[in-house]
Design a protein around this ligand. Structure first.
Ligand code: CA
Length: 253
């Protein structure tokens, strides 16, 4: 009978892998860049300009793969790779500041098509919403309450300033679960990037990958996504059914 439930194969595979009996969705832990905002083009463009000007060899597309890391960690990674040494604290701060300036010079970022509707579904079914981002850039964080009115509260936010370890470390999502007073099996993570998916899965949450850029779905599956949708509108259409199926599919002892 259970096979007739939509997404039951994905849900059962997730439950078995994490040794859970059931997922009871109480909180949605939602990434910002590339999930709520169509901001990755601007991020990759400003990273590429910054690093090229600093004489550090890189390609524009590689920055899609670092999505979810903190700025300091991306800077350190590239300086290690290209110059063979650790980045200094000063370099990390100065380069990240400059990156923010370049980002803000680009055309304004728009909310991702369908993102508001996605958060509204979580609200309508009575789930808490926690924003979980590796970013510390105020330009976007300050717009959340305008672009997503009534959907996020100031208390339920985890940014790069609240954690020691950024994604793919599970700390940001564990912190979010603590803020919402939920357990991992009561949490759904929404992510668009492999490192974020990895963090969500390592934190024990049912992690949804939504491909909103050039990253192929296989990368999300490899990183531990319980299920992948090929666009935000597709995810929004599927979300009510997915939530109902989660409440229906259980593993009996
Ligand atoms: Ca992201």
């Amino acid at each position: 009978m259970i096979d007739q439930i939509t997404y039951s194969a994905e849900i059962l595979a997730f439950l078995k892998r994490h040794h859970y009996r059931q997922v009871v969705p109480k909180a949605a832990l939602i990434d910002m860049d590339g999930t709520l905002y169509d901001s990755m083009k601007n991020h990759t463009a400003s990273w590429y300009r910054l690093m090229t000007e600093a004489g550090i060899k890189c390609t524009r597309d590689e920055f899609y793969l670092y999505e979810g890391r903190t700025g300091a960690s991306t800077i350190n990674y590239l300086i290690q790779r290209e110059l063979g040494r650790e980045a200094t604290q000063e370099e990390k701060e100065n380069l990240y500041k400059k990156k923010t300036v370049y980002f803000n010079q680009l055309p304004p970022v728009e909310p991702m098509q369908g993102a508001r509707e996605m958060v509204e579904v979580f609200k309508e079914v009575g789930m808490q919403r926690v924003l979980v981002t590796g970013s510390g850039q105020n330009s976007l964080l300050s717009r959340i309450s305008t672009d997503f009115p009534g959907l996020f509260s100031d208390e339920l936010k985890v940014t790069s300033r609240d954690v020691q370890h950024g994604k793919p470390h599970p700390e940001p999502f564990i912190r979010a679960m603590q803020l919402a007073h939920v357990t991992p099996s009561q949490s759904i993570v929404v992510e668009n990037a492999p490192l974020g998916v990895e963090a969500g899965d390592r934190a024990g949450a049912f992690t949804v990958g939504v491909t909103t850029g050039p990253i192929p779905r296989e990368e999300m599956i490899k990183a531990g996504a319980a299920i992948v949708f090929d666009s935000m509108p597709e995810f929004v259409r599927a979300l009510p059914t997915l939530l109902l199926s989660l409440l229906t599919v259980t593993i009996d002892d």
